[in-house]
Write a protein that binds this ligand. Sequence first.
Ligand SMILES: [Zn+2]
Length: 136
Amino acid sequence: MDALVRLRRLGFRKWYERQLLESHLYLVTCLLGLIAVLSAIELFGARRSAGEAVLAIAVGLGGVWVCLFCWQRYSRILQVAERLGDHAHCPRCDAYARFEIVDGGRALDEAAAGDGDPREVWLRGRCRKCGCEWTL
Ligand SMILES: [Zn+2]
């Protein structure tokens, strides 16, 4: 689903909360990948046959891939959420996260979320309290 549509449907607070939850699930998965790597090292050290060595290498490589992929997703999601969260105060009345989304940058889309620069993510918000518009 388009990130902007999802953000409008959920509202900023819920979207932010879910981003934090999703990013920390990636962090937990990253740690599981690290455990797989450590297990593979242990398994490789105690190998008794070529089959066990191949299994240890496969588990180790899989763990490295999971670890790197999940770390990248964790940091990207968290950077985007924190960047938008830091600017979610209305500049006129200081209301937090009480705005409608007028427009948003393309980098916010999930398709670009993997490789885009988090600084390219922007939202145009209109305060529900005072009507002020600003770019997050
Ligand atoms: Zn305001």
